[in-house]
Structures are given as structure tokens and as C-alpha cells.
Design a protein around this ligand. Structure first.
Ligand code: ZN
Length: 257
């Protein structure tokens, strides 16, 4: 099956499911002008994908290169299908630490802050990343793939799953409490990720994971609950002086203001 078909099919499928679910069972009331942010975030992801088309090397191509030339640690040993698990979780840990670095280093935080400026969360917020952050993130993934020799199938599955989970955990979804209690043991749920988008700095510096909550638990950045109940968490950052810097295309220059 065509790789781009798998990517676009799963992307559109998960996007539509999350959009419909958050419309049926929203966690908080959609603001009146929310559509402006949704459109901005969607236009941004289209631009980011066009930029990726222009990149000389993307993670998936790097994994094919590593595979064909037997480059990387995992290519030294034959560990069979467990390569999928090892490669997947290693990439996920790298993304977890990358997210921490983007919060810690002032220059990177400027770029990542564009993601946090969003005053409300919904499915489209999971796609709201500055193009330079996307390029840097791809570069980090490529290095990881070449050093470890992660297989193309693993990279494809990882990217599809990460994308889907980012849309899921940014969705404005009110997951029933019993289901939430089970889900948040194995997944970063919208409730957990909302804490990461809180205006309270201590909470912003928690729940960095995009998929599983385990890395936050292991490395001491996990917050099961914020200071305020879910519906009362103040999302975002100090509002931009002008709304145009929170929306496309002004959002692209926001990190440099
Ligand atoms: Zn963040």
C-alpha cells in the first residue's frame, strides 16, 4: 500500500473522528470565534506539509537509507519484530525530551510558544506547530533513526500514531470519568494534556508526553491533576497584543516579536 495513502487516510480519519466527538461531547463550550483558530491551525498544517515536501530528507527516507546500508545499532543485531517496539518507544522518548528542551531553551521556547498561544484546545491545536519547529523536529528524528537504524515500517507507524495521538490529546473532549481513569494509565488523554497547556508555569512544565504518560512518570514531570478542575484550567499564554499574531499568517512571526 502506498505510504502517502496510509498517512493521509489515517490523518483524515482520526481528524474527522476527533472533530465529530469533540462536537458531540465537548469538555468546554466552544468560543464564538473559535473557527478563526481552527482555520488558522488547518492552513498552518497544510503549509507545514508543503514545506516537508521540499525537504531534501524526511525521517521515513532516512530509515530506508539506514535499512539499505545497514546503518545504526539495531541493524547490528537481528531482534526480529521486537525492533518495532524498541524503535517506536525510543523515538517516543526522544520526542518527550525534545519537547522538554523546547520548553527549557529560550530560543526554542519562542518557536514552541506559538503552539501554546492557542487560547483554547481542540483537535486542530494538535497540528499547530511553527514550521521551524517542524523542521528541527524532523532533523532530530532523522539523527535518531540513523544512529539507531530504525526500520521504515516502525518510523511510518510511529509518525502516524504520534500524529493521531496529538490530535486526540488536544481535542476538546469530555471523556467519562471511568474511561478516563483507565485510559490515562496508558495514554496522554486530553485531560492530562490540558494541564500542560495551563497558564500556570509549573503545570506547563509537566505532562510533556504526546503518547504514553510513562516517560513523564519516570522522569518526574507527571501531573495527574492541576491546581484547578479541568473545566476551570486557564489555557494559553498571556494574550497577544493583537489577535492577528495568534492567527495565520501573523502567528508565523509571533515567535520573533
Ligand atoms: Zn509544550
Amino acid at each position: 500500500m502506498d505510504v502517502s495513502l496510509i498517512r493521509s487516510g489515517s490523518f483524515i480519519g482520526v481528524f474527522l473522528i476527533c472533530m465529530i466527538l469533540q462536537w458531540i461531547i465537548p469538555s468546554r463550550k466552544f468560543e464564538k470565534d473559535r473557527w478563526k483558530y481552527m482555520v488558522s491551525n488547518i492552513v498552518l498544517v497544510v503549509c507545514n506539509n508543503l514545506i516537508l515536501l521540499l525537504m531534501p530528507l524526511v525521517p521515513y527516507q532516512a530509515s530506508i537509507y539506514a535499512n539499505n546500508h545497514s546503518i545504526g545499532l539495531l541493524n547490528l543485531f537481528d531482534i526480529g519484530v521486537s525492533e518495532l517496539v524498541v524503535g517506536f518507544f525510543f523515538l517516543d522518548i526522544v520526542i518527550y525530551f525534545q519537547h522538554r528542551v523546547f520548553h527549557k531553551v529560550p530560543l526554542f521556547w519562542r518557536l514552541h510558544s506559538m503552539h501554546h498561544v492557542d487560547p483554547m484546545l481542540d483537535t486542530t491545536s494538535g497540528l499547530r506547530f511553527h514550521p521551524i519547529e517542524i523542521i528541527l523536529s524532523n532533523f532530530i528524528k532523522i539523527i535518531t533513526i540513523l544512529v539507531l537504524g530504525i526500520a521504515p515500517a516502525t518510523v511510518l507507524i510511529f509518525e502516524v500514531v504520534l500524529n493521531a495521538l496529538s490530535m486526540f490529546n488536544h481535542s476538546n473532549l469530555n471523556i467519562p470519568e471511568p474511561l478516563e481513569r483507565v485510559l490515562n494509565k496508558v495514554l496522554i488523554t486530553p485531560a492530562l494534556h490540558t494541564i500542560h497547556h495551563s497558564i500556570i508555569i509549573k503545570e506547563t512544565q509537566s505532562n510533556y508526553g504526546f503518547s504514553v504518560p510513562w516517560w513523564d512518570k519516570i522522569f518526574g514531570t507527571f501531573y495527574a491533576k492541576g491546581k484547578y478542575p479541568q473545566a476551570k484550567i486557564h489555557i494559553g499564554m498571556i494574550p497577544m497584543p493583537e489577535e492577528k499574531y495568534s492567527l495565520f499568517p501573523g502567528m508565523l512571526v509571533q515567535p520573533f516579536l
